[in-house]
Ligand binder design. Structure first.
Ligand code: E4P
Length: 218
């Protein structure tokens, strides 16, 4: 399972990269705005800065919602770095844009996916990644991981190569459930990744080991 971090914050991306388990980054317009990024030049510079930190794929979302606008923006973004994945919303023009990018060999991430039907369409259009939003489904009393399971079955039935990128991950149990189901990738905040480290018996055990051998190295 690949681990992506869902942030546009350079310090957090660097921290996850330093941990040695990071496979990529996803951003979205809200995450970019949270970092105070605005204006084409600053947006471009920020994506370049992210690409300079990580080795894997970096999803950069278009902010147009019409076909021509998404194509124009996506081509500029894709030309910035080979790590860039053009993130496109699950709308009619978005599906057309994904087909266009896919035919040109440009990687895509179909975002704002909340149903298996949407995921099927994204795969048919040739999306590199599909992003079902687990946490936001949980927020409205649907089990988001059930959607991941449904998409896994459909993609496996037909051998679709689109990778299931479990998005809107909020906590470590989301990560584990998605791993059990067989999501290809998960994207979440640094806090969810670091929470995987935690176990009280680890802390208690380490404290005792350290106490028992304190000062005995030399
Ligand atoms: C997907 O790629 C989105 O950036 C993201 O995972 C949304 O997460 P949220 O629901 O926590 O905002």
């Amino acid at each position: 399972m690949k681990f992506f971090i869902d942030t546009a914050n350079l310090q957090e991306i660097q921290e996850a990269q330093n941990l040695g388990v990071l496979d990529g980054v996803t951003t979205n317009p809200s995450l970019m705005a949270k970092e105070g990024i605005s204006g084409k030049d600053n947006i471009i510079a920020h994506y370049k800065a992210i690409c300079a930190i990580v080795d894997g794929d970096v999803s950069a979302e278009v902010i147009s919602t019409d076909y021509e606008g998404m194509i124009a923006e996506g081509e500029i973004l894709a030309a910035l770095d080979e790590k860039i994945v053009v993130k496109v919303p699950m709308i009619k023009d978005g599906i057309r844009a994904i087909r266009y990018f896919s035919d040109k060999g440009i990687k895509t991430n179909c975002t704002l996916v909340f149903s298996a039907g949407q995921a099927l369409l994204a795969a048919k259009a040739g999306a590199t990644y599909v992003s079902p939003f687990v946490g936001r489904l949980d927020d409205i009393s649907f089990d988001g991981t059930e959607l991941i399971e449904q998409i896994r079955t459909i993609y496996d039935n037909y051998g679709f190569e689109t990778e299931i990128l479990a998005a809107s991950i909020r906590h470590p149990v989301h990560i584990l459930k998605c791993a059990e189901i067989g999501a290809d990738v998960m994207t979440g905040p640094l806090s969810a990744i670091l929470a995987l480290l935690k176990h009280p018996l680890t802390d208690i055990g380490l404290e005792k080991f350290m106490k028992d051998m304190a000062g005995k190295w030399n």
